[in-house]
Design a protein around this ligand. Structure first.
Ligand code: ZN
Ligand code: ZN
Length: 337
């Protein structure tokens, strides 16, 4: 296994360069000299082997004699590495792509607790920073404040590049923050998340620069929020990702807005911010207790702006638990008088 999230999940090792070799009586963590100390501390159940070579080049010499078949995750192995390992090898190599990622979908209590901490931190930061936003600040400055406050309050990193998009820019679901000053009356899409104890959070809210959003945006917000709430309620064990996506999309169809909801409903979250199960119109991934997924419907009006609301939801034995505490209402940077 070489995908960093899989390596961390199975061994505890959080470095960027590690391969695991696991078999009967074999638990080897291959890494380079930078990680000698860290590997021994984080992965005590594994024998650390430090090599100056590239890890795939060093792997064959570590295979125990007599090992006939070995599984390798081709989805996290480059084509050239796969060819170099398997070409002319005496061992049979089998693609076991997605094996560990599938296990990672269902979280245990410690993982869920870490996700709750990561989300709680992000919500505190979002509430704090949204109150500080003023006309004249740029999208980049707001994003930097979110990142800085997250790190100051205990996040080890951001889960992904923070999105802050004002006005028409908010119509691009994955907009990058610009050095453009905000104006009174701008509506912002703020989508960010942080990492705590290895686990990610992911939240999106609408923030209004000023005190009173327009009626038109309040109407669109109400529709997106209703779609979000309906999707959260639809989550339970045995339901497929496509079923939940459909609930949100149907609601926006009834409000005449479905054509403006241009992406999937959500995704699983854990050691990676985007992991299984998929929550899209085509996803047949079936939800099970212990999975943590996002629900993030949005409406994007080209040239005008957008609203997306994203919650994190835990699938429980008899339904679901919404992990968010922060309200989904439009957060106003200046409270109404
Ligand atoms: Zn997000
Ligand atoms: Zn998301």
């Amino acid at each position: 296994m070489s995908a960093p999230a899989d390596v961390r999940y199975l061994s505890g090792f959080a470095g960027s360069n590690g391969w695991l070799l696991i078999g009967e009586g074999v638990r080897i963590l291959l890494t380079d000299a930078r990680y000698r100390e860290q590997a021994a501390i984080e992965a005590p159940a594994f024998t650390t082997v430090v090599t100056p070579e590239s890890l795939p080049a060093a792997l064959p010499s570590q295979l125990p004699p007599g090992m006939a078949r070995i599984g390798l995750d081709a989805s996290s192995t480059s084509h050239s590495t796969w060819l170099a390992l398997t070409g002319g090898s005496q061992v049979e190599w089998v693609d076991v792509g997605g094996l560990v990622a599938a296990q990672r979908r269902v979280k245990d209590a410690a993982e869920i607790a870490a996700i709750r901490r990561a989300l709680g931190l992000a919500e505190r930061v979002l509430r704090e920073v949204s109150n500080e936003i003023r006309p004249g600040m740029t999208e980049s400055q707001v994003a930097a404040r979110l990142d800085y406050a997250s790190r100051c309050q205990g996040a080890t990193a951001m889960a992904f590049d923070t999105i802050v998009a004002a006005g028409p820019h908010g119509a691009r679901p994955h907009a990058r923050p610009r050095d453009v000053p905000l104006s009174d009356g701008d509506l912002l899409v703020v989508d960010f998340g942080c990492i705590v104890d290895g686990y990610c959070s992911d939240i999106t809210r609408a923030v209004w620069v000023g005190s009173q959003p327009t009626d038109e945006w309040l109407r669109i917000h109400a529709a997106v929020d209703a779609a979000r709430a309906a999707a959260v309620l639809a989550i339970e064990p045995g339901v497929a990702g496509c079923d939940v996506d459909r609930v949100a999309r149907d609601l926006l169809t009834r409000r005449g807005l479905a054509e403006h909801f241009s992406h999937s409903l959500g995704h699983g979250v854990g050691l990676e911010v985007h992991e299984g199960p998929r929550m899209s119109a085509r996803s047949e991934d079936v939800l099970a207790p212990g999975m943590v997924v996002t629900v993030e419907p949005g409406v994007y009006l080209s040239g005008v702006g957008g609203i997306r609301l994203e919650d994190m939801v835990l699938v429980t034995r008899d339904g679901s638990e919404r992990l968010n505490q922060l309200e989904t209402a439009i957060l106003c940077s200046e409270r109404a008088a």
